[in-house]
Design a binder for this molecule. Structure first.
Ligand code: IPE
Ligand code: IPE
Ligand code: MG
Length: 238
């Protein structure tokens, strides 16, 4: 497959509606969504994608009914334990990013263990954003930046995503066309792809279609098309 981005990020939305359409509890949508996560990770490995990131739970999602929050946290814990052998088998590094203050110590322990065990895996870096919000990230970075004496040109190094390249492509499922407080800083030059498909129905075929759409995009990063062509020709000659 040509034109594969370096980093694809996904706002996995529509689990509740998927369940509702089937007269089921919302949690069934989340469980089926976990199957889509598995399929997309598998696909990312197959095509040689270097970075895949997933928005799993926002800071605002803490405001959902407690029963749903509990079920989501238990699904998260289950998924990490269940997928760990797969991460090791396929050489996948897991990184979990977000505000740890609200997370249960047991889940934090499981997360830290999985991150530690997979830290040297280099085929795919899988980033899970859990209890994350873009405004939280910028705020915590600003505090630490000020504490460090505001070193010029270094603000970005205090963001929780430091070291991870910005997403080239951001996919959001379920028809919503908004960021919902996701990667506000990091999406400065990201291409967006929106699909009506609900997350539990988003599998390899839909993922492939999104990547094909990305391949047709013309990115200019504020420059002119002519400059970009010259740049590409120069790098081809190197
Ligand atoms: C995405 O699906 C999963 C999370 C936000 C945790 P939703 O649960 O938001 O599903 P809808 O949007 O209600 O259909
Ligand atoms: C965004 O989905 C968060 C995740 C997918 C984890 P939401 O369902 O929470 O977003 P809104 O409320 O529709 O904006
Ligand atoms: Mg939603």
């Amino acid at each position: 497959m040509s034109g594969i981005p370096n980093h694809i990020s996904i706002i996995m939305d529509g689990n509740g509606r998927w369940a509702q359409q089937r007269n089921k509890e919302r949690i069934h949508g989340h469980y089926e969504g976990a199957e889509s996560v598995r399929a997309c990770i598998e696909y990312a490995v197959e095509i040689g994608l270097p970075y895949l990131s997933l928005f799993a739970f926002s800071e605002e999602n803490w405001g959902r009914p407690q029963s749903e929050v509990d079920e989501l946290m238990s699904l998260m814990s289950k998924s990490i334990l269940q997928e760990l052998p797969t991460f090791q088998k396929y050489n996948i590094r897991l990184i979990v990013i977000g505000n740890r203050n609200h997370l249960e110590p047991k889940l934090l322990q499981e997360i830290d263990r999985a991150m530690e065990l997979t830290r040297d895996n280099g085929r795919l870096t899988l980033i899970v954003f859990l209890s994350y919000s873009g405004k939280w990230d910028i705020e915590q970075a600003a505090i630490r930046f000020a504490e460090a004496g505001s070193p010029e040109g270094k603000f970005e190094t205090f963001l929780s995503t430091y070291g991870i390249p910005d997403p080239d492509l951001l996919i959001r499922t379920s028809g919503e066309q908004r960021l919902s407080n996701y990667l506000l800083w990091q999406c400065a030059y990201t291409e967006f792809y929106f699909t009506d498909t609900l997350w539990p129905d988003f599998r390899k075929k839909e993922f492939g279609t999104a990547i094909e759409a990305f391949a047709t995009r013309k990115r200019r990063f504020g420059k002119t098309s002519e400059q970009i062509i010259t740049q590409q020709n120069d790098s081809n000659e190197d």
